[in-house]
Design a protein around this ligand. Structure first.
Ligand SMILES: Nc1ncnc2c1ncn2[C@@H]1O[C@H](COP(=O)(O)OP(=O)(O)OP(=O)(O)O)[C@@H](O)[C@H]1O
Length: 653
């Protein structure tokens, strides 16, 4: 059952009003996009060289963990597995109308589901060996009713609301691409068959890393096949390495490279499941999906979510799977720790950043919300609605409701291209009792994040993101730089996820088609830089609260001791005698024995003291325990947000 939690809206006294510059002109941008400001992909300067081997020592260590491409076929083990629906239903994409004819999602799914051997799958370029023992053939039976005549880059803008995908105009320095890619290059992969690599999770990765980068290559779509056939700009070598093949060849290595045939379930196991574990361990967690329009961000993060409760699709994406897993884990933990009265409470919010304005997607009448930053609790959005959730269906209700309020438009790459960035957040709070002490921990998991579209005129956030990442890489390399988080609302909101206190997963979605060679190269470069970011994730326990509580406790004890001394404090060596002792003993000064372990403080109320009323007879041990519990709780009352332990954010870029 969903419950409006507006009363939870944060109110702070120590907060700082956001100082994200708001230029009114920024907010009144002609939706008919004019080329100019583009995604951060294009704000990132070219590396000094495009190298054949771009691995740093860092990436090499990743490769070493898993170097052998393996054959797909057997599913890797997973602790929790959700039932998969066999076969495919008509696509009912989340919150959007069905895709137009240019989309070949169904065809590609079928290809995945029913790989067939194609006699026509010869390697037309003649020189590219298939490096895996098994390939899936792509169905040659496709129709294309909305094939747009390619520009220099292969695309034309469909409605003007989206930045055209042409290369030269938007690419500041796109290298070879801006001058025209020699598509006839012998490097181009134009085989119908694609190598298939199985992703493997490194269970120890997150123990000593805070940022992981995964590339997901989607299958070719109809439009691409019509325009450029099976000419690909990517050549994958193993589950961590991929080469961009154009005029030059640039090889990249990442933590994972998910090939065209990687299933939604496999991606969840490798990328989503560990993030839930991170969250439940108390880490803030964030997941970005980055890539050009139509590259598969929505497919990755949401996928097919119709009928999830009764008939979940195998094509459902990361978000439903994550919450299925999360709630299953929560229920299991509550059961296991019933004695401790462990309970969880989850609250969700959903917002959109469009034209640098923040709108509450769960209450669209709340627009132009302000970001606030508090030294203790971090960044929050003022007056954002929160709903209590208990099941995956509750989550989906909110996602559906929010998605219906999003700004969506058609582009030539994607008939339902989202035009904004959105953040879905789920804060998970757990309470339990142990040794008569009530404990509280809040985890914010959550967030179907940002659909960061590269639409230029609405993408101040994206360009700033690119800049922030560049600066963060410098910082990671030891340079002193100011990080311009505040230059856009997106980066301001996500600053903890970028270079801050967060375990962050970046999924870079790319098209393998030569049509999108420029954008794909840019995305790979972006991802390559992003993996150099160094976050500093810590378990968000209220250690400061504990220390504060203890300080307070010591202070009170000292005060009390002083009062007791003034009031002729008697010390008894016997707890029993202290409790049941006669008035004489209470009023007498007993021997002081600092060594006595069960020393009892005993005081008699007197007219002199107001701090100590009645007779206090507790062992020091008990005093500490009880007061600790008390002040701990008090501290929670006063600073509930200090207990926030983890934040997961899904970010579509
Ligand atoms: N891995 C994949 N397997 C099968 N189909 C895919 C895959 N990735 C994307 N698609 C299909 O490609 C189309 C475009 O994908 P999607 O809507 O996810 O792109 P997007 O990056 O979110 O685009 P935009 O930024 O314009 O919103 C969809 O029909 C989607 O189903």
């Amino acid at each position: 059952m969903l419950k409006d939690l507006r009363s939870y809206k944060r109110k702070k006294s120590s907060e700082e009003i956001e100082n994200v510059p708001v230029n009114p002109k920024d907010s009144v941008i002609n939706p008919n996009f004019v080329d100019g400001i583009r995604a951060p992909l294009h704000t990132i300067p070219e590396p000094t060289q495009i190298v054949l081997e771009q691995e740093s020592g860092y990436s090499k260590s990743k490769i070493d963990r898993n170097t052998t491409p393996s054959k797909r076929g057997k599913s890797s083990g997973s602790a929790v597995r959700t039932p998969e629906k066999q076969g495919f239903s008509l696509r009912s994409k989340f919150g959007w109308a069905s895709k137009n004819g240019a989309d070949d999602g169904d065809a590609t799914h079928n290809l995945h589901q029913f790989p067939v051997s194609s006699p026509g799958s010869s390697n037309a370029n003649g020189g590219l060996p298939n490096v895996t023992p098994r390939s899936f053939d792509f169905d040659l039976q496709y129709t294309n009713k909305e094939c747009h005549k390619p520009t220099a880059s292969g695309f034309t803008a469909l409605n003007g609301a989206r930045p055209p995908m042409s290369i030269g105009a938007r690419f500041g320095n796109p290298g070879a691409l801006s001058k025209g890619i020699p598509y006839s290059s012998t490097s181009v992969v134009n085989t119908v068959q694609v190598p298939d690599f199985e992703l493997k999770e490194d269970p120890s990765f997150w123990m000593d890393h805070n940022v992981q980068v995964l590339i997901r290559v989607r299958p070719l779509n109809n439009m691409e096949r019509v325009q450029q056939g099976y000419n690909r700009c990517l050549k994958q070598e193993n589950a961590q390495s991929i080469s961009w093949v154009g005029q030059q060849e640039a090889r990249f290595t990442f933590d994972h490279v998910a090939c065209e045939t990687t299933s939604q379930e496999m991606l969840f196991r490798v990328a989503g499941l560990p993030m839930v574990e991170n969250c439940l361990s108390g880490y803030s967690s964030c997941m970005f999906a980055y890539g050009q329009t139509g590259s598969g961000k929505t497919h990755t993060m949401l996928g097919e979510i119709a009928d999830l409760d009764v008939n979940p699709s195998a094509e459902r994406g990361m978000t439903p799977r994550i919450f299925e897993f999360l709630f299953a884990r929560i229920r299991a933990e509550e059961e296991i720790r019933r004695d401790e009265k462990l309970t969880y409470n989850c609250k969700c919010s959903f917002l959109e950043i469009y034209n640098e304005q923040i709108t509450d997607l769960l209450d669209p009448s709340c627009t132009n919300l302000l970001l606030r930053e508090d030294m203790k609790t971090g960044v929050c959005v003022e007056n954002l609605t929160e709903f209590e959730v208990n099941t995956v269906n509750d989550i989906l209700c909110l996602l559906t409701r929010g998605a219906a309020n999003r700004k969506v438009a058609a582009t030539n790459m994607n008939g339902e291209s989202s035009r904004s960035h959105s953040v879905f957040t789920c804060v998970i709070e757990s309470r339990w009792e142990k040794d008569s002490t009530t404990n509280l921990r809040q985890k914010a998991s959550g967030a179907e994040g940002e659909r960061l579209k590269e639409a230029a005129s609405i993408n101040k956030s994206l360009s700033t993101l690119g800049h922030v990442i560049m600066v963060l890489v410098d910082v990671a390399q030891g340079k002193q730089r100011h990080i311009p988080y505040r230059d856009s609302r997106l980066t301001f909101l996500l600053q903890d996820s970028l270079g801050g206190n967060s375990k962050t997963m970046i999924i870079a979605n790319v098209s393998p088609s030569i049509c999108s060679a420029a954008e794909t190269l840019s995305t790979l470069k972006f991802a390559q830089r992003a993996k150099l970011i160094q976050n500093n994730a810590i378990v968000n326990e209220d250690a400061s609260g504990n220390v504060m509580a203890l300080h307070h406790q010591i202070h009170l004890l000292k005060e009390e001791l002083a009062v007791l001394k003034r009031q002729n404090v008697s010390r008894s060596l016997s707890y029993r005698s202290a409790i049941f002792g006669d008035a004489d003993r209470k009023s007498s000064d007993g021997p002081h024995d600092e060594e006595t372990p069960d020393m009892v403080l005993e005081s008699v109320d007197g007219s002199q003291g107001s701090a100590s009323l009645g007779i206090v007879r507790l062992s020091t041990k008990q005093v500490m325990q009880q007061c600790f519990g008390f002040y701990y709780m008090m501290n929670l009352e006063k600073h509930p947000l200090m207990m926030v332990a983890a934040i997961i954010k899904w970010v579509l870029l």
